[in-house]
Write a protein that binds this ligand. Sequence first.
Ligand SMILES: [Zn+2]
Length: 139
Amino acid sequence: MSLTDKRRRQKVEGQRRWRAKPENRAKETEWQRRPEARAKKVERARLPENRAKGIERNRRLRAAVLNHYGNECARCGTTENLEIDHINEDGAQHRERVWGGNALYQWLVTHNFETDYELQTLCHSCNMKKAAAARKALR
Ligand SMILES: [Zn+2]
Protein backbone atom coordinates (compact mmCIF):
# COMPACT_ATOMS: atom_id res chain seq x y z
CA MET A 1 0.00 0.00 0.00
CA SER A 2 1.42 3.39 -0.99
CA LEU A 3 1.65 6.27 1.44
CA THR A 4 -1.08 8.14 -0.42
CA ASP A 5 -3.40 5.14 -0.15
CA LYS A 6 -2.69 4.92 3.54
CA ARG A 7 -3.47 8.63 4.06
CA ARG A 8 -6.66 8.31 2.03
CA ARG A 9 -7.77 5.35 4.10
CA GLN A 10 -7.01 7.22 7.30
CA LYS A 11 -9.05 10.17 6.03
CA VAL A 12 -12.03 7.99 5.08
CA GLU A 13 -11.81 6.22 8.41
CA GLY A 14 -11.68 9.56 10.23
CA GLN A 15 -14.76 10.78 8.33
CA ARG A 16 -16.58 7.55 9.11
CA ARG A 17 -15.84 7.90 12.84
CA TRP A 18 -16.91 11.57 12.75
CA ARG A 19 -20.23 10.60 11.11
CA ALA A 20 -20.82 7.75 13.53
CA LYS A 21 -21.23 10.20 16.42
CA PRO A 22 -24.86 11.25 16.75
CA GLU A 23 -23.94 14.86 17.58
CA ASN A 24 -22.07 15.18 14.28
CA ARG A 25 -24.73 13.44 12.23
CA ALA A 26 -27.04 16.43 12.69
CA LYS A 27 -24.32 18.85 11.53
CA GLU A 28 -23.95 17.11 8.22
CA THR A 29 -26.07 18.37 5.35
CA GLU A 30 -28.33 16.16 3.31
CA TRP A 31 -26.06 16.83 0.30
CA GLN A 32 -22.97 15.49 1.99
CA ARG A 33 -24.82 12.28 2.72
CA ARG A 34 -26.29 11.97 -0.80
CA PRO A 35 -24.24 13.78 -3.49
CA GLU A 36 -26.35 12.28 -6.30
CA ALA A 37 -29.48 13.89 -4.82
CA ARG A 38 -27.68 17.22 -4.83
CA ALA A 39 -26.84 16.90 -8.53
CA LYS A 40 -30.51 16.18 -9.34
CA LYS A 41 -31.65 19.17 -7.32
CA VAL A 42 -29.19 21.49 -9.09
CA GLU A 43 -30.53 20.22 -12.43
CA ARG A 44 -34.15 20.90 -11.39
CA ALA A 45 -33.31 24.36 -10.07
CA ARG A 46 -31.87 25.30 -13.50
CA LEU A 47 -35.23 24.76 -15.25
CA PRO A 48 -36.70 28.14 -16.32
CA GLU A 49 -39.93 27.60 -14.34
CA ASN A 50 -37.95 27.04 -11.13
CA ARG A 51 -35.44 29.87 -11.41
CA ALA A 52 -37.72 32.65 -10.12
CA LYS A 53 -38.69 30.49 -7.16
CA GLY A 54 -35.02 29.90 -6.36
CA ILE A 55 -34.20 33.60 -6.50
CA GLU A 56 -37.11 34.42 -4.20
CA ARG A 57 -36.12 31.64 -1.78
CA ASN A 58 -32.53 32.91 -1.67
CA ARG A 59 -33.74 36.46 -1.07
CA ARG A 60 -35.81 35.26 1.91
CA LEU A 61 -32.92 33.20 3.26
CA ARG A 62 -30.54 36.15 3.04
CA ALA A 63 -33.08 38.40 4.79
CA ALA A 64 -33.48 35.84 7.60
CA VAL A 65 -29.71 35.59 8.08
CA LEU A 66 -29.22 39.38 8.07
CA ASN A 67 -32.09 39.77 10.54
CA HIS A 68 -30.22 37.43 12.85
CA TYR A 69 -26.75 38.98 12.55
CA GLY A 70 -27.90 42.58 12.08
CA ASN A 71 -29.13 44.65 9.17
CA GLU A 72 -26.18 47.02 9.20
CA CYS A 73 -22.41 46.81 8.87
CA ALA A 74 -20.76 46.08 12.26
CA ARG A 75 -17.91 48.48 11.38
CA CYS A 76 -19.31 51.48 9.49
CA GLY A 77 -23.06 51.08 10.05
CA THR A 78 -24.13 51.18 6.40
CA THR A 79 -27.13 49.13 5.30
CA GLU A 80 -25.88 48.72 1.70
CA ASN A 81 -24.10 45.71 0.14
CA LEU A 82 -24.19 43.62 3.30
CA GLU A 83 -22.43 40.27 3.61
CA ILE A 84 -21.96 37.70 6.32
CA ASP A 85 -18.37 37.77 7.57
CA HIS A 86 -16.50 35.00 9.38
CA ILE A 87 -14.94 36.94 12.24
CA ASN A 88 -12.01 34.50 12.54
CA GLU A 89 -11.37 34.27 8.77
CA ASP A 90 -12.46 30.61 8.67
CA GLY A 91 -15.10 31.15 5.98
CA ALA A 92 -13.38 29.04 3.34
CA GLN A 93 -13.35 26.05 5.67
CA HIS A 94 -17.01 26.61 6.59
CA ARG A 95 -18.09 26.95 2.94
CA GLU A 96 -16.27 23.75 2.08
CA ARG A 97 -18.32 21.92 4.68
CA VAL A 98 -21.69 23.32 3.60
CA TRP A 99 -21.14 23.84 -0.16
CA GLY A 100 -20.88 27.64 -0.08
CA GLY A 101 -22.93 30.74 -0.83
CA ASN A 102 -26.69 30.37 -0.46
CA ALA A 103 -26.15 26.90 0.99
CA LEU A 104 -24.36 28.60 3.86
CA TYR A 105 -27.44 30.76 4.52
CA GLN A 106 -29.65 27.67 4.27
CA TRP A 107 -27.38 25.81 6.67
CA LEU A 108 -27.54 28.64 9.22
CA VAL A 109 -31.34 28.81 9.07
CA THR A 110 -31.73 25.01 9.24
CA HIS A 111 -29.40 24.85 12.24
CA ASN A 112 -31.13 27.75 13.95
CA PHE A 113 -27.87 29.76 13.81
CA GLU A 114 -26.20 27.31 16.17
CA THR A 115 -22.69 27.20 14.77
CA ASP A 116 -19.10 27.01 16.03
CA TYR A 117 -18.20 29.77 13.57
CA GLU A 118 -18.35 33.36 14.78
CA LEU A 119 -20.26 35.46 12.28
CA GLN A 120 -21.17 39.12 11.84
CA THR A 121 -22.68 41.44 9.26
CA LEU A 122 -20.22 43.60 7.32
CA CYS A 123 -20.64 45.66 4.17
CA HIS A 124 -18.66 44.50 1.13
CA SER A 125 -16.18 47.36 1.47
CA CYS A 126 -15.42 46.71 5.19
CA ASN A 127 -15.24 42.95 4.53
CA MET A 128 -12.63 43.49 1.78
CA LYS A 129 -10.59 45.80 4.04
CA LYS A 130 -10.75 43.25 6.88
CA ALA A 131 -9.67 40.40 4.57
CA ALA A 132 -6.77 42.51 3.23
CA ALA A 133 -5.63 43.32 6.78
CA ALA A 134 -5.81 39.64 7.73
CA ARG A 135 -3.68 38.67 4.70
CA LYS A 136 -1.15 41.37 5.61
CA ALA A 137 -0.97 40.10 9.20
CA LEU A 138 -0.11 36.61 7.91
CA ARG A 139 2.93 37.88 6.00
ZN1 LIG B 1 -18.96 48.76 6.47
